[in-house]
Ligand binder design. Structure first.
Ligand code: PPS
Length: 295
């Protein structure tokens, strides 16, 4: 990897009304013109909703549970991040051009920004949604350790920005609702982080079925075990510790931080929780999606 210069907590830029990391926005044209292929498989989430977890599950499935094969590279090399663009590191689209089919791709794009070739090619997408409060906390800590983000300010400042969608990738509400609507017309498996925590084997079986794969009970159990939070936290191929500290500083907050449902309770004040709930009701009015904020 080339030497990566330290980041300066750059401000966000807007792409078609959606706030974006400025270094990602600089390479937006490459994403917009991206050529999807019919056998591409995409995992998409709002940030901090379980992308890495789901990516590791799918990569193990694609490799029939072979741990050595799955450990061939760090997760961010095995599963290129479509819109990723940081100076000095190959961009997502650069990596993908050279990736042989079938490709497995990660994205955080809101549905309306997905390159249209994904829909033209009827690509399969696994979408993972996580409750808005745990995402807010996880995103706040991530802003502190992943230097491509603007400075988050205090927790209270950050929560306000998050609630108004003034963070990278925009509004959580629009993201989960937009992908939900799209799942009615495209090949999209819509999963919930909390369901994966509750019963990972059941949710992995849903993924297997969606991928039209069949694995023995023994291999399935191995995948459940290897993709548990504790295993992935220890595994340098999944815990992001192979990245330079100029990109992610785990001494500030580890990427594999808590991995639970309900951590928000340790961070939201009573007042923050009340105003969040009110705002949530307004934003989710008429939407059938139900999220669990604890298990
Ligand atoms: S990113 O940066 O947006 O791609 O992050 P993403 O991978 O979507 O989400 C990171 C959060 O997911 C937690 N995580 C897990 N939880 C449970 N089990 C497993 N195996 C697992 N792997 C990652 C990770 O700890 C982040 O959540 P928080 O709440 O910060 O711990």
């Amino acid at each position: 990897m080339e030497k990566v210069e330290p980041f300066q907590f750059l401000p966000l830029q807007t792409i078609r009304g959606i706030p974006f990391l400025s270094c990602f926005a600089d390479r937006w044209a490459d994403v917009e013109s991206f050529q999807a292929r019919p056998d591409d498989l995409l995992v998409c989430t709002y940030p901090k909703a379980g992308t890495t977890w789901t990516s590791e599950i799918v990569d193990l499935i694609l490799n029939d549970g072979d741990l050595e094969k799955a450990n061939r590279d760090p997760i961010y090399m095995r599963v290129p991040f479509l819109e990723f663009a940081v100076p000095g590191v190959p961009t997502g689209t650069e990596l993908l051009v050279d990736t042989p089919s079938p490709r497995f791709i990660k994205s955080h794009l809101p549905v309306q920004l997905m390159p249209k070739t994904f829909w033209e090619n009827n690509c399969k997408v696994i979408y993972v949604a996580r409750n808005a409060k745990d995402v807010a906390v996880s995103y706040y800590f991530f802003h502190q350790m992943a230097k491509v983000h603007p400075k988050p300010g205090t927790w209270d400042n950050f929560l306000e920005k998050y609630m108004t969608g003034n963070v990278s990738f925009g509004s959580w509400y629009d993201h989960v609702k937009g992908w939900w609507e799209k799942s009615k017309e495209q090949r999209i498996l819509y999963l919930f982080y909390e369901d994966m925590k509750e019963d990972p084997k059941r949710e992995i079986q849903k993924i297997l079925k969606f991928m039209e794969k069949d694995l023995s009970e023994e291999v399935l159990d191995k995948i459940v075990h290897k993709t548990s939070f504790n295993e992935m936290k220890q595994n340098k191929m999944t815990n992001y510790r192979t990245l330079p500290t100029t990109i992610m500083d785990h001494s500030v907050s580890p990427f594999m931080r808590k991995g639970i449902a309900g951590d928000w309770k340790k961070h939201f004040t009573v007042t923050q929780n009340e105003s969040f709930d009110e705002d949530y009701e307004r934003n989710m009015a008429g939407c059938p999606l139900r999220f669990r904020t604890e298990l």
